[in-house]
Design a protein around this ligand. Structure first.
Ligand code: OSB
Ligand code: MG
Length: 368
């Protein structure tokens, strides 16, 4: 197939509550959604998981749009391609995994819609439903009561695993409070790189809370720091931001810096690379789980498909649409008894609801 048209819909979805992490606070989800029309006359959808500001990683929406327009798309246009060709065709361009991952997903979704296969089946899914975890931000008012009330709500809804965002000054005390209140709840923490090598002793204080893992405690480039921590800490060290490709994941494992992997397709350049990292985890006996980037229903559908592969042995940040949005752009993803059903329709299995997409769109750019 050939790519005939690409339209980027920039949408702003209000969040049900601010989402605060060690790198900043988001009040809305500002997202680039790609509508890719192919020569088969099929439309595929991709979601770019970058944010307006380069705070989680170097990528940000305006740059993603530019690199797609000027450097990535020109390498795909006018050629008869499949989704499997996309990584090699985009290979010469360095970096920008979220931008390339969004394009790859748009092409892959179109390809699968044309062939009638679901993304889950294509990736090698072995499950029809997946367990749901939830990522809990740092409360706006820095209050333990606010945190406990929020967690209480998620526990009541049936979430099977709680992840607390932490940072210096908001770590041991909130983790202890949640652990004391829910002694048996699978619990983990995520620092988004907020600590350094000097904090290793302090981080080891989290060992007493029987956590599943500590996620990306130290700067993404400090591999020795993570190895030193992994050698000292009983809690497994899980990497998110540091994991960018299958070979770099292999290196991190070999080096002893990474005991568990949070797989986010956008961060690693797309679902094909995400699947390869999953396969690596299975081969090397490293647990993997599916992370999230506050996706709309489109990206959420793809994550749920990915999370249904057999190596995803820990619950992911695959929460229901209403964790973040009062109004998703697709039919909402719902959780029943702590589980979410894997879409079975062709491709992503969901599409944006036109009136809702139109209402939430802030700008539309035709790239091709
Ligand atoms: O580090 O996992 C992260 C959200 C945005 C950016 C980075 C992260 C997160 C989350 C939320 O923790 C995951 C989600 O539920 O989508
Ligand atoms: Mg993380």
């Amino acid at each position: 197939m050939r790519i005939e048209q690409v339209i980027v819909h920039e949408a702003a979805l209000p969040l049900v509550r601010p989402f605060r992490t060690s790198f900043g606070t988001e009040y809305t989800k500002d997202v680039l959604l790609l509508e890719v029309t192919t020569s088969d006359g099929v439309v595929g959808w991709g979601e770019c998981v970058a944010s307006p500001e380069p705070l989680y990683s170097h990528e940000f929406n305006a740059a993603a749009l530019l690199v797609m327009r000027d450097h990535l798309l020109p390498r795909l246009l006018g050629k008869d391609i499949t989704a499997e060709d996309v990584p090699d065709l985009l290979g010469p361009v360095r970096g920008h995994p979220m931008a390339r991952g969004a394009l790859e997903l748009g092409v892959l979704d179109a390809q699968l819609r044309a062939s009638g296969q679901s993304l889950a089946a294509y990736l090698g899914s072995t499950r029809t439903e997946i367990p749901c975890g939830v990522s809990v931000g740092i409360p706006d008012d820095d209050s333990l009561d606010t945190l406990l009330a929020e967690v209480e709500g998620y526990v009541a809804q049936g979430y099977q695993r709680i992840k607390l965002k932490i940072q210096p000054g908001w770590d041991v005390v909130p983790t202890r409070a949640v652990r004391e209140r829910w002694p048996a709840m699978p619990l983990q923490v995520d620092a988004n790189q907020a600590y350094g090598r000097a904090d290793i002793d302090h981080l080891c204080a989290l060992d007493e809370f029987d956590l599943l893992l500590v996620e990306q405690p130290i700067h993404e480039e400090d591999l020795l720091g993570h190895k030193l921590l992994a050698d000292r800490m009983r809690t497994p060290v899980c990497l998110d931001e540091s994991v960018l490709s299958v070979d770099n994941a292999d290196s991190l494992i070999e080096y002893g810096a990474c005991e568990i992997i949070n797989i986010k397709a956008g961060r690693v350049g797309g679902y094909l690379s995400a699947k390869a990292i999953h396969d690596l985890g299975v081969r090397r006996g490293i647990p993997v789980w599916c992370g999230g980037m506050v996706e709309t229903g489109l990206g959420r559908a793809a994550n749920v498909a990915l999370a249904s592969l057999p190596g995803f042995t820990l619950p992911g940040d695959t929460s229901a649409s209403d964790r973040f949005f009062t109004q998703d752009i697709t039919e909402p993803f719902v959780m029943t008894d702590g589980m979410m059903t894997v879409p079975t329709g062709p491709g992503l299995g969901v599409t944006p609801i036109p009136e809702i997409l139109a209402a939430l769109t802030t700008s539309t750019t035709r790239l091709v």
